[in-house]
Write a protein that binds this ligand. Structure first.
Ligand SMILES: [Zn+2]
Length: 58
């Protein structure tokens, strides 16, 4: 699949490798994270919980 470029989280080099950085062997991450990631979803829930908790206390 084309366009699946990744970025090394250690040295910052870009690569098309899937598993690890060919330069330093570091872990790779997606330089363009999906807009709707599970983390975003959970952070929304956390924010809602925080807001409702604060509302109840005040
Ligand atoms: Zn690297």
């Amino acid at each position: 699949m084309k366009g699946m470029i990744k970025k090394c989280s250690v040295c910052g080099e870009y690569t098309l490798r899937e598993e690890k950085c060919p330069y330093c062997g570091g872990a790779l991450k997606n330089p363009h994270p999906a807009r709707f990631s599970p983390e975003d979803k959970y952070s929304k829930y956390r924010l809602a919980l925080t807001l409702s908790a604060r509302k109840g206390k005040d």
